[in-house]
Design a protein around this ligand. Structure first.
Ligand code: PLP
Length: 410
């Protein structure tokens, strides 16, 4: 990074602070990752100076020769990577990708059916505290109370009753493979449009280690910064027949100038994901998550929601440990392990949470299964001994040894 400590010492110092934090913490927040040096360089480039309103060949301002090239490459790579007939790489974020899809397919007051936040759904899928729950009539499905897995017969019954115009599949905290064709069957039976939000698992889909929703859904949204390991941003993939209405829903309905520095960084990340190494990365993300779940499952008090993971994340139920999600996340952070509190599938109180654990970042730092299992062992020790300073000190030392062994590549 350019050293601007003289121009703005305050901000420079804060960035250094964050740099240091990322180096020294074992990052298990499932939605985070470490973008490559090339991704960060593209995002920090001169492209930030250029206004790019509209699409290639149809810009509002002059001077978009290079911008158009980059924009077209990003779109082409997204289409190739996800086998999509159409991609729009302009959404500034996952939320804005979702907003644009709703704008393209729905009128205010239309009914949508999505996974509840408690079961692991995202709040932009119709929660009342988000525009999606205020503009549209939202209904929710959860998970089976016993297995904590999606129950497609139950989802079908709700869909038959609600008759939604749009069904949303996809989650922020669900640790199993999602069988998109089951959603397709339900959507077809009730005449709904099927939207998949694959924000969390896009990298796994790109690498071919999770079924690709693009092949079965009408429209797919994603973020580019989670398992896909790109810059912070969003993207829409769909059948070609929806191209015009989705383009229009992004610009001019929901956005003005495209963030071309971010689009260039998305293109770089998509290029990386097209390489064979990315397949091995994604496979290792899952292997590491499974290695951690195995350790958690051996503890009497910690419960892995649904019993296992098949992807990059899992939620831990800590009720038997006697810690809320907040308390557990704070305690772990005090020894250098970052997690986040997470709602449990069947709870509706404010404090009955667990924590969510994800392996995208540690896998980017080349932690192997043995080391992932070691991290899980540290977590088990810490959560079971909140007041034991010697155990917390020992955990800190073990975290230190692991982060020193696996420096962030920047
Ligand atoms: N969709 C899902 C499934 C998510 O998990 C998230 C973010 O956590 C989003 C959308 C929103 O993405 P953003 O934070 O880029 O708006």
């Amino acid at each position: 990074m350019y050293d601007f400590s003289k121009e703005d010492p305050e901000i420079f110092k804060s960035i250094e602070h964050e740099n240091n934090r990322q180096d020294n913490v074992i990052e298990l927040i499932a939605s985070e990752n470490i973008a490559s040096k090339a991704v960060c360089a593209a995002q920090g480039s001169v492209l930030t100076n250029k206004y790019a309103v509209g699409y290639p060949g149809k810009r509002v301002y002059t001077g978009n020769e290079a911008i158009d090239e980059i924009d077209k490459i990003a779109k082409k790579r997204a289409e190739e990577l996800f086998h999509a007939e159409y991609a729009n790489v302009h959404p500034h974020s996952g939320s804005q990708a979702n907003q644009a899809v709703y704008a393209a397919f729905l009128q205010p007051g239309d009914r949508i059916l999505a996974m509840s936040e408690h079961a692991g759904g995202h709040f932009t899928h119709g929660q009342k505290h988000n525009f999606s729950g205020q503009l549209y009539e939202s209904h929710f499905y959860g998970v089976d109370p016993k297995t904590e897995l999606l129950d497609f017969e139950n989802i079908r019954q709700i869909a038959l009753e609600v008759k939604p115009k749009l069904i949303i599949a996809g989650a922020s905290a669900y640790s199993h493979i999602i069988y998109w064709d089951e959603f397709r069957k339900i959507a077809d039976e009730v005449g709904a449009i099927l939207m998949v939000d694959m924000a969390h698992i896009a990298g796994l889909v790109a690498a071919g280690v999770h079924p690709n929703p693009v092949e079965v859904a009408d429209v797919v949204t994603t973020t580019t910064h989670k398992t896909l390991r790109g810059p912070r941003g969003g993207m829409i993939l769909a059948k070609a027949k929806y191209a015009d209405k989705l383009d229009y829903a992004v610009f001019p309905i929901s956005q003005s100038g495209a963030l071309e520095h971010v689009i260039a960084a998305k293109a770089v990340a998509l290029g990386e994901a097209l390489k064979p190494e990315f397949h091995y990365y994604a496979k290792n993300v899952i292997k590491n998550a499974k290695a951690m779940a195995k350790v958690f499952n051996q503890d009497e008090k910690i419960r892995v929601v649904s019993g296992d993971t098949e992807n990059h994340e899992m939620t831990l139920d800590l009720n038997a440990v006697g810690l809320t999600g907040d308390q557990a996340a704070e305690l772990l952070y005090s020894v250098g392990i970052a997690t986040n509190k997470e709602l449990l599938p069947l709870e509706d109180g404010d404090t009955m949470e667990g924590i969510r654990i994800g392996t995208p970042t540690i896998t980017s730092r080349n932690f192997n299964e043995e080391e992932a299992a070691k991290v899980a062992t540290i977590i088990v020790d810490v959560l079971n001994h909140p007041g034991h300073q010697n155990i917390l000190d020992d955990a800190k030392q073990q975290v230190h040894d692991l982060v020193v062994k696996h420096p962030v590549n920047r």
